[in-house]
Design a protein around this ligand. Structure first.
Ligand SMILES: NC(=O)c1ccc[n+]([C@@H]2O[C@H](COP(=O)([O-])OP(=O)(O)OC[C@H]3O[C@@H](n4cnc5c(N)ncnc54)[C@H](O)[C@@H]3O)[C@@H](O)[C@H]2O)c1
Length: 358
């Protein structure tokens, strides 16, 4: 069974998807859609000699194509809701880039519509498929009862995007939604309890301070500490700094239980497992997934994401990363953004106002 793809949005991430799909057998890209001429040219260049897609300025024309089985949505965050509403009028499978949406109302709508949709709805939270993170997931039971999770991301500032859409909260949902939904997704995966309260402190202190777009200054934060309390007493911490380029690691993850802890970092190829009982630790080599044929910007995780999505389509299985995961990850980001704005902790039950239960 070969699969025919359409790509909506051929900026940085759309082109990464194209390069991944080029390495996968029995896949064709027969259409790309992007209103921006330069981006369409990037998309065509990424296709090279492998795919010869039809180009569209309006994604709605692409969606009319009966021959397209799978759509990849890699347009800016604020466009996701409208694109998804139109995709829900079709039966097509979809890989929707993270963050699923920029606000709770839209997220709830996508979740509800996904339940009725005939095709698979897969959310692009591919950090799960990075080998060091996969190793933490695989070995999580070795720490005993999980008590604490700490995720640190210290990296370079937000890159320039087409039409600078990522400089404003209204377009992205805020830094903690746009960037950090990946980490909240990992917290949701690893901590075996419901998040109940979230407190965040953050600000825009170094980056984009002298930029202006149509007379407006960017309002996106560049650093934050986010603390989450869980129903069964666990705690998680996100430490984000986006003016920390040049370090050895971009992400460091520590999962601690009552018996020991796991530590890993990205980039990297090791997992350190500490055992409290005998004061010992061992270092396991983390081997990259041997299926990866395209490393891309995400250490091969986007490639695995595509393979797993194709497996689900072919086997009729449910998506490994579904709309519920997409929604749960943005809820933590949105609540953290609210905490920064108000200066107060956010009780997640109040935040969700009985519209949804985590
Ligand atoms: N999974 C990840 O790790 C990851 C990494 C980077 C970006 N992303 C996500 O991918 C999406 C795209 O980000 P990017 O970095 O490629 O941005 P980008 O600015 O490089 O590309 C976005 C493209 O979408 C196009 N576009 C705008 N409106 C459109 C519409 N209505 N229909 C079709 N195309 C439209 C723009 O012209 C641009 O070419 C965002 O949602 C972003 O959060 C995910």
């Amino acid at each position: 069974m070969s699969l025919n793809y359409g790509i909506i949005g051929t900026g940085m991430m759309g082109c990464e998807h194209i390069r991944n799909l080029k390495q996968i057998p029995d896949v064709n890209i027969s259409a790309i859609a992007d209103p921006n001429e330069n981006s369409r040219a990037w998309g065509m260049s990424a296709c090279g000699d492998i795919f010869k897609p039809q180009q569209y300025t309006d994604y709605k024309e692409l969606l009319k194509r009966e021959d397209i089985d799978v759509v990849v949505v890699a347009s800016p965050n604020f466009t996701h809701i409208d694109v998804m509403r139109d995709i829900f009028d079709t039966d097509k499978h979809v890989l929707l880039e993270k963050p699923m949406c920029t606000n709770l109302t839209d997220g709830l709508e996508v979740l509800e519509m996904s339940k009725k949709h005939k095709g698979i709805v897969w959310i692009g939270l591919e950090y799960r498929f990075m080998a060091p993170i996969q190793s933490v997931i695989d070995h999580a039971s070795e720490v005993g009862n999980i008590k604490m999770l700490s995720i640190r991301e210290h990296r370079f500032p937000f890159l320039e995007k087409v039409d600078n859409w990522n400089r404003f909260n209204t377009n992205t949902g805020g830094t903690l939604v746009e960037k950090c939904c990946h980490f909240f997704d990992l917290m949701n995966l690893l901590v075996p309890s419901k998040p109940i309260k979230i407190y965040a402190s953050g600000g825009q202190d170094v980056n984009h301070l002298n930029e202006q777009y149509n007379g407006k200054k960017p309002d996106i934060i560049d650093n934050s500490f986010v603390l989450i309390d869980y129903e069964h007493g666990q705690r998680a911490l996100l430490d984000l700094c986006m003016f920390a380029e040049g370090g050895t690691y971009e992400q460091e993850i520590v999962l601690t239980g009552d018996k020991g802890k796991l530590e890993t970092h990205i980039p990297g190829n090791e997992l350190v497992i500490t055992n409290r009982k005998d004061y010992s630790y061992k270092t396991l080599e983390v081997n990259p997934d041997s299926r990866v044929k395209e490393i891309g910007f995400h250490h091969g995780a986007s490639y695995i994401e595509h393979l797993e999505l194709i497996n689900c389509i072919k086997s009729g299985n449910k998506p490994l990363v579904d709309s519920q995961s997409g929604l749960d990850s943005i809820i933590l980001g949105l609540a953290a953004q609210q905490s920064i704005t108000t200066g107060n902790p956010v009780n997640l039950k109040d935040f969700l106002n009985e519209e949804y239960e985590l």
